[in-house]
Design a protein around this ligand. Structure first.
Ligand code: XMP
Length: 315
């Protein structure tokens, strides 16, 4: 993409061509789908209906944040609540690819239902190049089945439309700046949400712990960035580990869980480097996580692995 204005003109033309009737759009609050929503709304007006699915796997305050962010670019959004369905699909499932497949399938089912209500057979998504490359869409092995790529069944009655399919993240961010999308540098958050940050079984309780730990990491990292003691990372989050570990509070033994904190720098998510934040930041995170999840999380680790050999998310 050389010229954002030219890209937008062409994307609008293509969308008008590819969507003869009405479409629904899968909004996640991330930069990719927000840019897709702005372009699609400009192309199709009220012929597109933007949906945000509350999967129950979202971060703290996410529903409000997404409403505010889309309102600022004048994209009307509807929230579809489907937490019970997602949790029931994930019941007893610990294998990462199986989690991703089930989440992808449930998203499609929710979208099919909504498309039927709207009389539409097109689904617009903000898929970008690394999503399908790492989902095994080219000569590479499947690294991870992205929720918006691998979960779509061959017999789905929805035709997928992907206006940003050939772009990389830095290009989407350039487009976001051009379109006045707020926070163009916001960190990516995976579509399968906290399910891939809860290693092992996904239960509402384990997701709640991951949600609190993620909120603490975000707050403390953003504070450090604002104070100038840490360069803005590509991504920063916590992962709930599938281990039990012993701790102590006062005179009591606790058998709790552990989280691992990950703070990485990257330019396109295809490779990434583990950052080396100062010990004060890590201690503050550990102190808050073990205090605010007292009796539940007793140990906090820091992940020093680059991508490759590790991926950014743990699953
Ligand atoms: P990994 O963990 O494979 O992730 O190094 C690369 C980037 O993609 C994000 N990610 C996803 N984003 N749907 C998404 O929209 C997904 O299924 C998904 N899985 C990973 C991840 O957070 C990182 O930015």
């Amino acid at each position: 993409m050389n010229d954002p204005a030219e890209f937008c003109r062409q994307a609008i033309d293509h969308l008008r061509n590819d969507v003869p009737g009405t479409a629904i759009l899968a909004a996640s609050g991330g930069i990719d789908s927000t840019v897709a929503a702005v372009v699609a709304t400009r192309a199709l007006g009220t012929r597109v209906r933007c949906l945000f699915v509350d999967t129950g796997l979202l971060r703290q305050g996410e529903v409000d944040r997404v409403r505010t962010s889309l309102a600022r670019v004048r994209v009307p959004v509807e929230v579809v609540s489907a937490a019970d369905e997602f949790f029931s699909d994930l019941d007893g499932i610990a294998e990462p690819e199986e989690k991703r497949r089930r989440i992808g399938r449930r998203f499609i089912r929710v979208f099919e239902q909504e498309a039927d209500r709207f009389g539409s057979d097109r689904l617009i998504q903000g898929t970008i190049a690394p999503d399908w490359i790492e989902s095994g869409g080219s000569i590479r092995d499947t690294i991870k089945t992205h929720h918006n790529v691998g979960g779509i069944p061959a017999d789905s009655r929805l035709t997928i439309v992907e206006p940003l399919r050939d772009l990389y993240k830095d290009e989407v961010r350039q487009l976001a700046r051009f379109l006045d999308v707020p926070e163009p540098d916001r960190q990516p958050f995976p579509g399968p949400g906290l399910a891939v940050r809860v290693n092992g079984p996904v239960t509402p309780d384990r997701v709640r712990r991951a949600r609190v730990a993620n909120a603490i990491v975000e707050e403390e990292v953003e504070k450090a960035v604002a104070e100038g003691t840490l360069a803005r990372p590509w991504q920063y989050f916590a992962v709930l580990l599938p281990v039990r570990t012993v701790g102590v509070i006062g005179d009591n033994r606790i058998y709790g869980e552990a989280v691992s904190v990950r703070i990485v720098e990257s330019s396109d998510a295809m490779t990434a480097g583990a950052m080396a934040p100062g010990p004060e930041l890590l201690r503050r995170i550990a102190e808050r996580v073990t205090r605010e999840l007292s009796g539940e999380i007793v140990r906090v680790l820091y992940d020093v692995t680059d991508k490759p050999p590790a991926t950014i998310e743990w699953e």
